[in-house]
Every structure is written in structure tokens, then in C-alpha cells.
Design a protein around this ligand. Structure first.
Ligand SMILES: Cc1cc2nc3c(=O)[nH]c(=O)nc-3n(C[C@H](O)[C@H](O)[C@H](O)COP(=O)(O)OP(=O)(O)OC[C@H]3O[C@@H](n4cnc5c(N)ncnc54)[C@H](O)[C@@H]3O)c2cc1C
Length: 482
């Protein structure tokens, strides 16, 4: 893309600058982990290049524009901790835009209810609606609060629930379904990862960014550029070059750019096995990495409402399901029974009068990967139709007031983010070790981004960006100039 060219589909006209020949650090990927890492490293006085293969920054936390609508891909809600992280690492202009998502609704065969998704309200619902003794609820939240990353990680979430709410599948669903949507986790993953994520949300409820993802990303790019970071979109890192056990350059769009450290925000297996090359790592590290499981993927249906038409208030976030019980297999299946609707009213983007709805589903890559072009198109169209049918219950006559509908599948996520199998939440828990230990294998090589649930989501990814930046800073201070 030549300098000054506007991006596709109404994306902001990020000005392409000329990359220099050398940087202290090259950050590969502009997900929230990469963006925040770049910002921290530039603030620490380093020369930083951020390269993003897509024509727009944000990674999974992105947006797109169609027919006058702006669709947020991953802005459904995050914990209040995001306010502190944005204030600390990006500034008050960012944190002042954090607002609470007020109405979260559940509708499934086991229960229908409204919640603000915070500890007080959740506790009251567990006692009053589900009839759980108050002391059990208290003990459950106390157990979550006492969890610590360094504890024994053998217990899985199912056994944690069984301990406190034996046989209460309705309670399990209430506690688990939103977290599965938020990060793809199942009942059979370490309880600690559930505890940390759920505990984060429970501290004060669910929040969002006033102005939408587009505004936040524009503000971030501006902030980075003002801070001296070269941000290049349409710039694909193809190879990480290693010499004498240390990184020395990255090949970007065929051009070698020198650096002393690399922060990869892209796919962890690709970083190790494809971009750097297994030959630069200890064989047991590579063997272990090959066994790391990837998270599952997602599908979405985006629906834009015609200008002039309105949506009655139906809640901000609706967790809906027609499946009798919480069931990971059913949540992931092609035959969709569960959908989370994020409803965007004009208030989220002050000054506009547009409404939109994004339906999100957890999905398996293999259900979509083998389809022919025609089958794929038909399956996407069916997913859109089924979503309209399901939405009729909440917005009668939705078809008449919608003027745009499109679907994304695990293949879409794979294509736009480069994540292997469209994994939308990185790797499972065991990936964290490999992500954090890259630098012990190859000097100056680091990773940040969704791994092991804890580092996932807007808050987890941004905070992991800060942690990684700290490690890079330490490395540069002690490694000397190459
Ligand atoms: C449908 C959906 C809904 C979600 N909803 C929420 C939500 O409501 N709340 C929440 O907190 N979280 C949500 N998430 C999760 C959250 O968006 C992610 O966990 C987070 O944004 C991931 O950030 P990351 O730092 O891991 O980077 P990623 O977003 O994974 O970005 C990686 C970046 O690297 C780039 N890249 C890859 N390869 C290369 C290369 N070779 N060269 C250059 N660049 C490259 C990619 O293009 C991408 O931009 C959702 C995710 C999905 C998919």
C-alpha cells in the first residue's frame, strides 16, 4: 500500500511510513497485547516498530464498517480492571471512556434473569433465585478470592462447582456460560483460570468503551505515533532471523529490518515453528510446544439496523440458549443452540443514530475447514437465517428493520488474524509456559497475547503486553548492543 493510501472498507487512512533499517524492538502484531507492549517499550525510551499484517490494527479486538454501520468484533464487555490498565498504560483520555454495561440477560430453558454481573447481584440471585444457602455462596466467592496462580492447578472447574454446588447444573450454567463465551474455556480446564477470570468480572461487573473499538484503536495509534513508534499496517512479518542464539532481524514484506528484540503478538506455534524455526530451540521445548492445545474458535453474525429504525431496549448483552443444560459440545457445534447477542444502541457512539446487533457463538474450526466454496457460502447464509429466526423472539420483525447481515466463521478469524485454526483465544493453559519462556531459548525473543485464558480478553492481553514489555526492557538493559 503506498504512503497515504486509505485502508479498505472505510478503515481509517493510516499513513504508511517508511520503515527504517534498524530498531531496538520489532513488535509483530497489533492485538491489544502488541499495542500495549509497543506503547510501554516506547515510553521506556526504545525505538519501536510495530508491524501488522492486516490493513487495520486491533487483531481480534477490531471492527469493520459496512453500509454506514460500524461493527465491533470483540467489544462485548470486559472487567473493571481495564479502567486501571488503560489509565496506567494509555492515559486518562482512555480510562475516562470506560462505562458499565448495565443490563445482562440470560434466557435459557433453565432460567431467565437480569443481572449487573457483579458479586453483590450474583450472590443475591444465587440465594434468592437459585435457592443456594447464603453461606455456600459466600464460601464459593471466598474460595475464588483465595486462588493463586502458584497453587496446585490440578483441580478443574467442574470439580470446583461440584464441591460447592453438587448436581446443580442450573447454577453451573449461570456461573460458566458467560465465561465460556468470553474465552472459550470449558469445565475441564484448571479451576484457577476460571477463578481469575470470573473473579475479575465479579469485582464490579462488565464494562465497555464509550465511542467503540474504532475510536479506541484510532486513539491508540495516534498515541503510539506521538510517542515515536512506527506503526505499519499491511506489513507481514515473514521470518525472525537468529544469529548466535539471539534475534537480529525480522523480514517484513520481504525486507530485512534489524532489531535487538522481537515481541511476537501473533500465533504462538507460528512464532516458534514457522517464523523463527524449530532449529533455534531445544528439542524438548519444541516437542512440548507441539503438544500445546489451541483454543477453539468463534463464529459471529453481524446485523445492521436501517437508518431511522429503532430497537427497543432488550438488554446490552443477552446470553441465550435453547439447549436443556450447559454443554460445551453443544456450545461449539455447527447446529447452533446458544448465542450471545451484543446489542449496540446509539449511546455507545454518541452523535450517531445507528443500532446494530452482533451474535457470537463458540465454534470448531474443523466444522468449517473442509467445506467447498459453495458449501461454505451456503452454511454462512444458513447461519445468518438461523440467527434472524432466533432473534425474532427478542426483536419481533427484525428482518424488516435490518438492512445488512454478514457472518464470520473460524475461517474468517484465521484469515484476518493468522491464528492457526482460527483459534480466537490463543492456546490452552499449558501454552503459557512456552509463551513466557521464549526468551530463555532465543535471546531477545518474546511473546505476548492470548494464552492460557488468564492472558486472554482485552484486560488479559493488555496486561500481558505490559508484563512482556518489562521482560524486554530487562533483556535490553543487560544484553548490550549486538
Ligand atoms: C468473537 C470474539 C469476541 C470477543 N469478545 C471479547 C469481549 O467481549 N471482551 C474481552 O475482553 N475479550 C473478548 N474477546 C477476546 C479478545 O478480543 C482477545 O483475547 C484479545 O483481543 C487478543 O489480543 P492479543 O493481544 O492476543 O492479539 P490478537 O488479537 O490475537 O492479535 C494478533 C495480531 O497479530 C497480527 N499478526 C499475526 N501474524 C502476523 C504477521 N506475520 N505479521 C504481522 N502481524 C501479524 C494479527 O493480524 C493480529 O492483528 C473476543 C474475541 C472474539 C474472537
Amino acid at each position: 500500500m503506498p504512503p497515504g493510501t486509505a485502508g479498505k472498507n472505510g478503515f481509517p487512512p493510516y499513513i504508511m511510513r517508511l520503515m527504517k533499517d534498524n530498531y531496538d524492538i520489532i513488535v509483530i502484531g497489533s492485538g491489544l497485547g502488541g499495542l500495549t507492549s509497543a506503547r510501554r517499550l516506547a515510553s521506556a525510551g526504545h525505538k519501536v516498530l510495530l508491524v501488522e499484517q492486516h490493513s487495520i490494527v486491533g487483531g481480534l479486538a477490531t471492527y469493520f464498517k459496512r453500509k454506514g454501520h460500524i461493527f465491533d468484533v470483540a467489544l462485548h464487555g470486559f472487567p473493571v480492571g481495564m479502567q486501571k490498565s488503560l489509565r496506567k498504560y494509555w492515559g486518562k483520555d482512555f480510562s475516562d471512556r470506560i462505562i458499565q454495561v448495565k443490563s445482562i440477560r440470560f434466557d435459557n430453558p433453565q432460567f431467565t434473569l437480569d443481572t449487573t454481573f457483579d458479586m453483590e447481584n450474583f450472590s443475591a440471585l444465587l440465594v434468592e433465585k437459585f435457592g443456594v444457602p447464603a453461606e455456600t455462596v459466600k464460601a464459593f466467592f471466598a474460595a475464588l478470592a483465595a486462588m493463586n496462580y502458584y497453587d496446585d492447578q490440578a483441580e478443574v472447574t467442574a470439580s470446583l462447582f461440584e464441591r460447592f454446588f453438587p448436581g446443580r447444573k442450573d447454577v453451573w450454567r449461570f456461573l460458566m456460560e458467560p465465561i465460556t463465551y468470553a474465552n472459550g474455556s470449558t469445565l475441564y480446564e484448571p479451576a484457577i483460570s476460571y477463578g481469575i477470570v470470573f473473579g475479575n468480572f465479579m469485582s464490579k461487573g462488565v464494562y465497555t468503551f464509550l465511542g467503540g473499538t474504532d475510536l479506541m484503536l484510532d486513539m491508540m495509534v495516534r498515541e503510539l505515533r506521538n510517542g515515536g513508534v512506527d506503526v505499519e499496517t499491511g506489513a507481514r512479518a515473514e521470518k525472525i532471523l537468529v544469529e548466535g542464539g539471539r534475534v537480529r532481524a525480522v523480514v517484513v514484506n520481504g525486507r530485512e529490518i534489524g532489531c535487538r528484540a522481537v515481541v511476537s503478538n501473533g500465533s504462538l506455534p507460528k512464532t516458534i515453528l514457522e517464523w523463527t524455526g524449530a532449529e533455534h530451540f531445544q528439542p524438548d521445548f519444541v516437542a512440548g510446544m507441539r503438544k500445546v492445545r489451541l483454543s477453539t474458535s468463534s463464529s459471529q453474525v453481524y446485523i445492521g439496523i436501517k437508518p431511522g429504525e429503532k430497537l427497543d431496549f432488550i438488554g446490552d448483552l443477552l446470553f441465550t440458549s435453547t439447549h436443556p443444560e450447559y454443554d460445551t459440545d453443544a456450545l461449539l457445534g455447527r447446529k447452533i443452540t446458544s448465542r450471545t447477542y451484543s446489542v449496540y444502541y446509539p449511546e455507545i457512539r454518541p452523535g450517531t443514530d445507528r443500532y446494530s446487533i452482533v451474535a457470537s457463538m463458540n465454534s470448531r474450526y474443523e466444522d468449517w475447514a473442509g467445506l467447498s466454496k459453495e458449501e461454505y457460502r451456503a452454511a454462512k447464509a444458513a447461519m445468518v437465517e438461523d440467527t434472524f429466526n432466533a432473534l425474532e423472539k427478542y426483536v419481533p420483525g427484525i428482518r424488516k428493520i435490518a438492512d445488512y447481515a454478514e457472518a464470520a466463521t473460524p475461517r474468517t478469524f484465521e484469515r484476518y488474524t493468522g491464528h492457526v485454526r482460527g483459534a480466537t483465544f490463543g492456546t490452552k493453559f499449558e501454552g503459557l509456559k512456552y509463551s513466557m519462556e521464549l526468551g530463555k531459548q532465543v535471546g531477545g525473543l518474546f511473546h505476548t497475547g492470548s494464552v492460557g485464558i488468564i492472558m486472554s480478553g482485552w484486560l488479559g492481553a493488555a496486561n500481558y503486553g505490559v508484563i512482556t514489555a518489562g521482560e524486554v526492557d530487562k533483556y535490553l538493559a543487560t544484553s548490550g548492543r549486538a
